[in-house]
Design a binder for this molecule. Sequence first.
Ligand SMILES: [Fe+2]
Length: 211
Amino acid sequence: MYTLILSIILMTTTKITSYTLPILPYPLTALEPFISEATLRNHHGKHFAAYVNNLNRLVPGSEYEGLLVEEIVQQAADGPIYNNAGQVLNHRLYFEQFVPVSQYKAPGKRLVNAINYHFSSMDAFKRQMTEAAMSVFGSGWVWLAVDTEGRLQIVKEAGGGNPWRRGLIPLLGIDCWEHSWYLDYAFDKIAHFDELWNIINWEVIESRLPL
Ligand SMILES: [Fe+2]
């Protein structure tokens, strides 16, 4: 609930003048061997940066000027502004959710209990996320999201979609675009999805849960 309230406060008080590329919270080599330095450099420094630049080019003068990316994702019609806002939000959440391998910690009790309640076990949850990611045809995302009643669910999104658009809070995202895995894993996409669990920052995921 805290996250939701904070989001509402931000939405009613913040006026955005431009969108910025967040700095990675770890070094470029920190996620190896699961995400290589080259992939991270391209994914964050080229792809994510391009979405930010596109948004800064498209939004000024539009009806969405001054809005947070969350607001654009919720309000914008399908098209370039919505697509790029979605990808800015998606990638901000995505890069925040990882931790260097050496600092990995198991998920906390609150999150484990919520996942066990909704998916029966952590292993079953991971398996369902991977299956959902493998079933995305073309580019898209898979999210663990939570609704206003605290119910966890796995949500598939095409293109640059984000659960915010349907009133859900995104907790953990799997980027199914080829740029996230092809350089490191080539045709072995499922290995990438399976190995992401080694670098999830569960404290960040739990902090996104409403209180
Ligand atoms: Fe991506």
